[in-house]
Design a binder for this molecule. Structure first.
Ligand code: ADP
Ligand code: MG
Length: 461
């Protein structure tokens, strides 16, 4: 049962997010038997909170990991769960390792904590896989931590959920604190910023609020889209921004959309954001997904066979979070059942190998010609100018890599012979490595083609 709980933990961590996990899930102890999972929590308040916010997620996760239905109970045990960790170490060997780990990371955190906010320890540059979909954002992040306030200010990173924005800003913060240990850093979500503001307004402590935020050397604010429509917070943020920017203090912001696309954002803020460096983060390419999987598996001490990695890289949704979720589910399940991480297990758990969406060569021809302002007829024609040759080769390449069509069938649909198709695929493959703008066009098209309607994605679960 302890195993079941341990295996559920990484999944819960992903589902509830790092902060909730540390606050509400990690302190829970599992003390249970057979089909009854009994979870010990330190107080009544804790019990109420977890019951209201996390119990159904916890139960679902345990059932999923264990492959059967358990009854999950939360009981208050003031001595067990709330004891300082040193005391636990006496009772069970398993907790010794845990508390040792914990105190070690506490120690490192104590030295390298931002003045305001909190960092996720393992979101570092080292653990970040870079490729064509995120290299501009990555380079901007690197430039910021190497020369804060000097090169790009502000830096605005945007992109869909689960693509690594929070990871990148944590990495910036870690790196800044490693290089400049005395730096006063604020790294928090826009929501937390607003909460601090509301608290200060309520307690009539606005001067303290201003001092606190305007005294930092760098301000990193996550998920700024949250401020949309929140006028009072935007107003205060605007002044904070100006004070810091005017003093050449580094500002980094993230959002799920580009500044211009955030409705309810004041124009003056938008133009401030647009005055700096804006970089977007896109879903990773297949190669990056493979690398990410290898890295994550290695971190968990698991060996991942090439076929299982390929399976995961190809079947899960476009975000890295989903990719990680699938890997964690798989490894947790294999650990609990004591079985090997095989393709059969993966298919049993995550469904048979289906690409994101069945993409046809015709759909690719349509998307590519639309993208380049051509007609499908142009792609199939004999025309040879560069304005049609490149799109044609791209379409052939995508027919092979995204639609997985055979060379002869692609050849037929482009009215060419199959050696021409092979040549096109090879040439795009080579050029993609060297030419970032081509790589980005390919990613855009890839994402556009594969993006699933939500219903099908849910079905696949
Ligand atoms: P976002 O803030 O954009 O929604 P996160 O930064 O929370 O996304 O990333 C979601 C998860 O995916 C995190 O666990 C993060 O470590 C991981 N991740 C995202 N991109 C990468 C990457 N390029 N390399 C390694 N891990 C990544
Ligand atoms: Mg985030």
């Amino acid at each position: 049962m302890q195993e079941l709980w341990s295996a559920a933990l990484p999944l819960l961590r992903q589902q509830v997010g790092e902060r909730n996990f540390l606050a509400w899930i990690e302190p829970i102890r599992c003390a249970c038997a057979e089909h009854d999972v009994c979870l010990e929590v330190p107080s009544r308040f804790f019990q109420d909170w977890v019951t209201r916010h996390f119990l159904s997620t916890i139960a679902d996760t345990i059932n999923r990991v264990g492959g059967q239905s358990y009854s999950v109970r939360l009981v208050v045990n003031e001595t067990a769960a709330s004891q300082p960790r040193a005391a636990e170490a006496v009772s069970a060997p398993e907790t010794v390792a845990r508390s040792a780990q914990k105190s070690e990371s506490d120690a490192t955190k104590a030295v390298r904590n931002p003045k305001i906010g909190r960092l996720v320890p393992h979101y570092t540059f080292d653990g970040f896989v870079v490729g064509p979909s995120n290299e501009v954002a990555f380079k901007a992040a690197r430039a910021v931590s190497a020369q804060p306030g000097k090169r790009f200010n502000p830096v605005f990173l945007h992109g869909g959920v689960g693509l690594g924005k929070t990871h990148l800003i944590n990495a910036i913060a870690h790196d800044l604190l490693a290089r400049y240990p005395r730096m006063r850093l604020a790294c928090l979500s826009a929501e937390a910023f607003m909460n601090v503001l509301i608290g200060s307004l309520r307690n009539d402590q606005m001067n303290a609020f201003r001092d606190r935020f305007r005294e930092v050397d760098a301000l990193i604010l996550d998920d700024i889209q949250f401020l949309a429509g929140k006028e009072r917070t935007q107003e205060e943020f605007f002044h904070t921004f100006n004070a810091l920017h005017g003093a050449s203090k580094q500002i980094v912001l993230t959002s799920d959309k580009a500044p211009a696309a955030i409705n309810g954002l004041e124009t003056r803020l938008r133009s401030r954001f647009e005055g700096g460096m804006i970089a977007d983060v896109k879903p990773p390419t297949l190669e990056m997904r493979r690398t990410i999987l290898r890295a994550k598996a290695a971190r968990q001490g698991m060996e991942l066979s090439a076929e299982v990695a390929e399976y995961l890289a190809r079947t899960t949704g476009p975000s890295v979070r989903e990719l990680e979720g699938a890997l964690t589910r798989l490894t947790a399940n294999a650990t609990v059942r004591g079985v090997a991480l095989t393709l059969t297990l993966a298919e049993e758990l995550l469904g048979p190998l289906v690409p994101f969406r069945k993409v046809s060569v015709e759909a690719i021809q349509a998307a590519v010609s639309r993208h380049f302002g051509l007609t499908v007829g142009d792609l199939k024609s004999e025309r040879r100018g560069r304005d049609v040759t490149l799109p044609r080769q791209i379409a052939m390449y995508l027919s092979r890599t995204v639609a997985s069509a055979s060379f002869p069938s692609i050849a037929e649909k482009f009215d060419r012979d199959h050696s021409t198709v092979m040549y096109a695929v090879r040439i795009i493959e080579t050029r993609r490595e060297a030419d970032t703008s081509l790589a980005r066009v390919l990613i855009d098209l890839d994402v556009e083609l594969r993006e699933q309607p939500p219903t099908t994605r849910a079905d696949r679960r």
